[in-house]
Design a protein around this ligand. Sequence first.
Ligand SMILES: [Zn+2]
Length: 130
Amino acid sequence: MTAAVQLPSAPEIWPEAVPYWQGAADGVLMLMRCLACEEHYVHPRPFCPHCGSNRTEWREAQGSGTIYTFTITERAPVFKVPAMVELAEGPIMMTAIVDCEPAEVKIGQPVMVSFCPTDGGAPLPVFRPA
Ligand SMILES: [Zn+2]
């Protein structure tokens, strides 16, 4: 008997987040950016959380960042290292660190985006050591 690889559940896709998940399907991390104050943000919304402007756009992120904080969940069925990653553009996103030993993960470690298949849905943006 071989160990089955358990996939994470497919994400529920809300209308305002469609570009984010289309990007993920194409292997691109998408961020929102405010055209008024030029700040980037992760959680999709039609107005800027920094200045309130509704002049926003979707942009391709560089896909690089550093680990802001993390935890190790040895008994979790899918992701052993849930983490928050500070993206090169500035915002911090909830994600998971993959493709490394949990004991080797460090705060401040450079990481690159990767995409984890889900159970019948869009892939999830996760990060691996750069
Ligand atoms: Zn703004």
